[in-house]
Design a protein around this ligand. Structure first.
Ligand code: PEP
Length: 248
């Protein structure tokens, strides 16, 4: 039985004041939440959030890491650094990083490795663009993105990986995939993992991301192969985020 996981991705949205009230709001409503809940925050706020969530069930994550462990990489942040501030999870391969910062599947696989080497759990994002969807290439795209990780790290690496299926056309657009559309791709991903290991396929959490909100979370999360959500916009309001957490 896979546990429901709800992860907030704050993207580049935060201030010291907003962090204090958002985390305070989430913590005050966590009673009755059975899902594993984490927030992936911008780097400068890791320390603040680490202190605010101390002693709670809320977990901390980051949104990116460098592929290297340390060295002359000006402006970059390593997995060990974010771990030092209490982050146990890190998003890798978010579509915004793939499209805006040229991260290829090979780079994403190396970031996945960097996270695992540091003892962290990567949230590996995969998903097709609208163009790919329209031309019937969803499965080809997702397969290439997943296979890049299997090729570099082997199927056993998925013991510590959370997959997030995020159709690019649904991110931040309000155009959520229907539960049927999302379930079909989640099952495709699970079957793909199952070609290498049925055990891993059954154990790997596969989250849905893309305009998930308080109104559609229950329907999406109740699909058999959807194990939770990666939430962008709706993770910035404690009340909305908590409603999604309670859907799991
Ligand atoms: C995301 O950024 O991962 C995301 C799913 O965003 P949104 O929920 O706003 O679509």
């Amino acid at each position: 039985m896979r546990k429901t996981i709800i992860a907030g991705n704050w993207k580049m949205n935060a201030s010291k004041d907003s962090v204090k009230s958002l985390i305070g709001g989430i913590l005050s409503g966590m009673e009755g939440v059975n899902a594993e809940v984490l927030v992936c925050v911008p780097f400068p706020y890791l320390s603040q959030v680490e202190l605010l969530i101390e002693g709670s069930n809320l977990k901390l994550g980051a949104q990116n890491i460098n592929i290297n462990a340390s060295g002359a990489f000006t402006g970059e942040i390593s997995a060990d650094m974010i771990k030092d501030f209490g982050a146990k999870h890190v998003i890798v391969g978010h579509s915004e990083r793939r499209s805006l910062y040229g991260e290829t599947s090979s780079v994403v696989a190396k970031k996945t490795k960097a996270a695992l080497d540091a003892g962290m759990t990567p949230l590996l994002c995969v998903g097709e663009s609208l163009e790919h969807k329209k031309s019937g290439k969803t499965e080809t795209v997702v397969e290439e993105q997943i296979n890049a990780v299997i090729e570099l790290l082997g199927i056993d690496s998925f013991h510590n990986i959370i997959v997030a299926y995020e159709p690019v056309w649904a991110i931040g657009t309000g155009m959520t995939a229907t539960p049927e559309q999302a379930q079909a791709v989640h099952l495709f991903i699970r079957n793909l993992l199952g070609e290498s290991s049925e055990n891993i396929a059954q154990k790997t959490p596969i989250l849905y991301g893309g305009s998930m909100n308080a109104g559609n979370a229950v329907e999406l999360i109740s699909c058999p192969d959807i194990d939770g959500g990666l939430i962008g916009g709706a993770a910035l309001k404690a009340e909305d985020f908590l409603q999604i957490c309670k859907a799991g």
